[in-house]
Write a protein that binds this ligand. Sequence first.
Ligand SMILES: [Zn+2]
Ligand SMILES: [Zn+2]
Length: 347
Amino acid sequence: MRSYQVTEFGKPLELKEYENPIPKGTEVLIRIIACGVCHSDIHLTDGFFDLGNGKRITLADRGTKLPFTPGHEITGEVLSIGEDVKDISIGDKGIVFPWIGCQECNACKENNETLCEAPKYLGARLNGGYSSHIIIPHERYLVSYGKIDPAQAAPYACSGLTSYSALKKIPKTKKDEFIVLIGAGGVGTNGILLLPHIHDAKIIVVDTDPVKRENARSNGAKHCLSPEEMHENLNDFNGKIAGVIDFVGNEKTANLALSIVKKGGTFVIVGLYGGSLSISLPLIPMRSINIKGSYVGELRELKELVELINSKNVGLIKVTKQDLNTANDAMKKLRNGDVDGRIVLEP
Ligand SMILES: [Zn+2]
Ligand SMILES: [Zn+2]
């Protein structure tokens, strides 16, 4: 198999060739059809996340060993199976659920694998999808994508699932309420497209980029505002902003969210841009604000999401297909902000 691997943090990926692995026990060998290029692949190849005030989490400290293959938005076809695989067959196709836990802790036993303290995520701890093939540890992690095009389906493993899970963390909303989505990039755009199928509230999109605001409008967002316009028009929405999802995750966006969410409302932080937050503590109890972190989503949510897309008329984000050989070029484009929608690599 051919894999584009991180051999040194901060350096371009290197093409490596290996024998195809042989699946054992519950393992499944997948021939990859498509793999999305996600922003977090940039952090993973750089080797750190910025925590603000000069602090970083490094992947070396979190147990990532080199070389490894990034990529966690994978669709593929079953090529061979281990002796304990029961319910799927050679030739079955699906989205690979990459947010795999240890299977032993309480969180994993309750099917909350993203809360596992010792995760084995594909494309971070286990080899991922910038490759022609991948081994997955169990058949349950292959979720049929139904009638969705496989390249179109791949980003739902991360970007789509992330927006879905974040939207579900805001309690049920009413027709005269609003949900503010900060940041209309890839994940934010999925949020705009999914929101009407999950909530009654209307959408407000806040983005500093007028082009992204225009795209958001064409994807169905009613109010598309710059951060300044959001503040200026706050009286129109005051007390009706039931939830804010921050798809950026920096100091400015988090402060904006806290200043606009209604009393008792929910602020969900999704973006990993980086930085830290200084907040006046009495305002949290006095305004009864719920602050939640949301990291990707669970296997059951991916199944719900795929079902939703197959049964309802959900708008899909734009996908650009590129050959796997262009993995480094794809990451460069993403780093420079030159990607409209999602790049998907095809081996
Ligand atoms: Zn991702
Ligand atoms: Zn676990």
